[in-house]
Design a protein around this ligand. Structure first.
Ligand code: PEP
Length: 246
């Protein structure tokens, strides 16, 4: 989108040792001129990656956070803890969290509010399953998820939305360019309808099997302001090549 600086975000998921994470961070540290970069390592690697990237051009984010500020929540991590180790962003409502941890829109909404309250920029993920796409429900599913998981205050705080069709994640398959453009137009319209013209500056990322060979045409689509990258973000040259395509 005109006037929006692209963001290429890497979701490292549950991969690698802390040493490998440090090496990967080191390899992408210089970033790419004119593009914002973000990497989201697993929790145990966050602090190390943060230190490696200190003073560099790449930001650090978490892959999830709890809705509460603190308390008896074994295994969870608060938004403030992410901030404390140098994160500026957090991915929320990823389809793997929605599936593996039964996170519904209400849960994602609560986490997003917590992230905003802690001063983190949330990246809220939405996207239809293959059955929903085949049933002609993609746009309504995405609209519903946006409505249900994006709180007031999101747009003014710089909140980011990632469209990630579930069936395109880690599969090597992507929607057609027309289909991506259509969903992104729907998301833009829904956000502007709800939050007003300020939502024209909200970054809308596409995610799902983005790699160096398909990044350029996808990133050139209207209302696509960057990408959320899984698999290809684990290879420094691929991640940087995607960023150079933005
Ligand atoms: C993701 O899960 O955020 C993702 C986009 O994965 P991949 O790029 O591997 O499809």
């Amino acid at each position: 989108t005109q006037g929006i600086r692209p963001l290429i975000a890497g979701n490292w998921k549950m991969h690698g040792t802390v040493r490998e994470a440090a090496r990967l961070a080191e390899a992408v540290r210089e970033g790419v001129e004119g593009v914002d970069l973000l990497v989201c390592p697993p929790f145990p690697h966050l602090h190390t990656v943060s230190v490696v990237l200190l003073g560099g051009r790449v930001a650090v984010g978490g892959q999830d956070c709890h809705a509460a500020g603190k308390g008896a929540h074994t295994g969870d991590v608060s938004a403030a803890m992410l901030r404390d180790v140098g994160a500026t962003h957090v991915i929320l409502g990823h389809s793997e969290r929605r599936a593996d941890h039964a996170e519904n829109d209400a849960a994602v909404l609560a986490k997003t509010k917590a992230a905003l309250a802690a001063g983190l920029i949330p990246i809220v993920c939405v996207g239809e399953t293959e059955a929903e796409r085949l049933g002609g429900l993609a746009e309504s599913v995405v609209r519903g998820q946006l409505e249900g998981s994006v709180p007031y205050g999101f747009v003014t705080a710089g909140g980011i939305v990632a469209y990630e069709p579930v069936w395109a994640i880690g599969t090597g398959r992507t929607p057609t360019e027309d289909d991506i453009a259509a969903i992104h137009a729907t998301m833009r319209a829904a956000l502007v309808e709800r939050f007003g013209p300020a939502a024209r500056a909200t970054r809308l990322l596409y995610g799902g099997s983005v790699k160096p060979s398909n990044a350029k045409p996808i990133l050139a689509l209207p209302e696509v302001d960057g990408a959320l990258v899984g698999g290809a973000s684990l290879v420094a040259e691929d991640f940087l090549a995607i960023a150079r395509a933005a």
